[in-house]
Every structure is written in C-alpha cells, then in structure tokens.
Design a protein around this ligand. Structure first.
Ligand SMILES: C[S@@+](CC[C@H](N)C(=O)[O-])C[C@H]1O[C@@H](n2cnc3c(N)ncnc32)[C@H](O)[C@@H]1O
Length: 230
C-alpha cells in the first residue's frame, strides 16, 4: 500500500458536525439554562482521583473542588477533546485529557475514588458495557456521580422519544438517544443507588424530548469482587 492510500485510523466516536454545534450550544447553556450550577452541584464534595468519561469540551473541569487530587478525562471525539485539553489548562485541579471510549476505558482496575458521567450514557453505543467498565475502574465503595437525560413525561412524550430514537435523533445528535433509562441501567449494572433527583432541563418553558434529567450518585458495592463487571 502506498503512503497516499494508507488508511487513517478512525476515532471510535466521529461526529464532527455535532461536536462543532455542541461546543457552541453547551457554552451558551452554562448561563442561559443554568448548566453551570447543575455541574457545580454534581461535582461538589468529590475528593481523590476522579475519572470523567465523555468529557466533551471540558465544561465540568472548572467545577471540580480542590479536594480532587487528579481528574483523568476520557473523550473519544477529536475536536471536543482538543477543547477539553484547553479547558484542562484553565482548571484549578490537575486534569489529564485522554482519548478512549466508555466501553473500553484505557485505565487500570480499581484506580479511582470517583467517576463522573454527564450527558454521556445517552450517547454511548453499549450502556451495559460502559457501566461495567465504570464499575471496574472504581475502587470498591467508590462513587459514580451522574447527570443524564432520558425517558420521561407522559405517554405522548415517551412515544415521541422512542420514535425520534428510531429515526432522526441519533444521527443528528452525535449518537444521542432520548428514551434510555439511566437509573434502571445503573441498577442492572450492579451499582448501589444513592439519592437521585429528577429535574427538567430547562427548568421552565416548553418540555422537550431531552428535558427529562436525573442527577445523583451510585456506588460500586464496597464488597464487590475484584473482577466484577468484566
Ligand atoms: C452531550 S456530550 C456531553 C459532554 C460533557 N460530558 C458535558 O457534560 O458537557 C456527549 C459526550 O459523550 C461523548 N461520547 C459519545 N460516545 C462515547 C463513548 N462511547 N465513550 C465515551 N464518550 C462518548 C461524546 O463525544 C460527547 O463528548
């Protein structure tokens, strides 16, 4: 094969158009829809080594408290990862941004005190595998903080969410799905669920298929066997 025809390895997640849009919309949403406050509350009280999966353009980084010793931020999308690297330079805690996918985290088992996912479980290809990986990399008793959107509303809304998931939404929105059940998926993956709160995003105004959010904490069981989730 000549050098000119050599194939360039494709990223596990490749949504350049979505990435460009998300980089803009997400920054506006920080103030307009109160996302900055959601992020601050999501990350408050964390400490030790943290892994953030699907870090996007790094908007969580500014909200990690000083008790966090290090954040390893995994982001598979090239252009979002570049923005995350820039955000990491501005963060008050050390943040190391790395490529990788939730379904095969490029880190050792039981290496983290806490893990964070925000608006990511809607987009991963394989939710059970991603959650098994999160469980693997957390130490037993380690916590997972989550902020996700999913199934919600009445019958008409859930019908609409499912219809959009089968048609235009995932290709338009970077692989995102509207009708997933993050809390149910966490339970099925063997996490112990702590308190969680269902909210609307945005809090006021029209309810969109992506408005039904849940924020909370779940734990890898303290007595979890070393090889759990594999
Ligand atoms: C809606 S954005 C959220 C970004 C960021 N977590 C935030 O709170 O703003 C979804 C993110 O999930 C990432 N993602 C999609 N599939 C993924 C996968 N399989 N593993 C890890 N991240 C993934 C996308 O690249 C994107 O950064």
């Amino acid at each position: 094969m000549s050098a000119g025809s050599a194939r360039v390895a494709r990223d596990p997640v490749h949504h350049p158009l979505f990435a460009r849009c998300y980089a803009r919309i997400s920054v506006t949403a920080e103030t307009r829809t109160g996302m900055a406050e959601v992020r601050r509350r999501l990350l408050g009280g964390l400490s030790g080594r943290v892994i953030e999966v699907g870090a996007g353009n790094g908007l969580n980084f500014a909200h990690y408290p000083g008790t966090v010793s290090e954040v390893v931020a995994i982001e598979p999308e090239r252009s979002l990862r570049k923005l995350a690297v820039e955000a990491a330079l501005r963060a008050q805690v050390p943040v190391d941004v790395a490529p990788g996918a939730a379904e095969a985290l490029p880190v050792k088992s039981e290496a983290f005190d806490a893990a964070v996912v925000s608006l990511v479980l809607c987009s991963v290809r394989d939710v059970p595998r991603a959650l098994a990986e999160l469980r693997r990399v957390l130490r037993p008793g380690g916590e997972l903080r989550f902020f996700e959107h999913g199934r919600g509303g009445g019958r008409v809304m859930t019908f609409t969410q499912r219809a959009l998931d089968r048609t235009v939404w995932p290709p338009l929105a970077g692989g995102c799905h509207l009708s997933r059940d993050p809390v149910g998926a966490l339970r099925e993956a063997g996490f112990e669920l702590g308190p969680y709160r269902r909210t609307l995003m945005p809090e006021s105004g029209p309810r969109l298929p992506s408005s039904y959010c849940v924020t909370g904490v779940a734990w890898r069981p303290p007595a979890d066997a070393a090889d759990a989730g594999r």
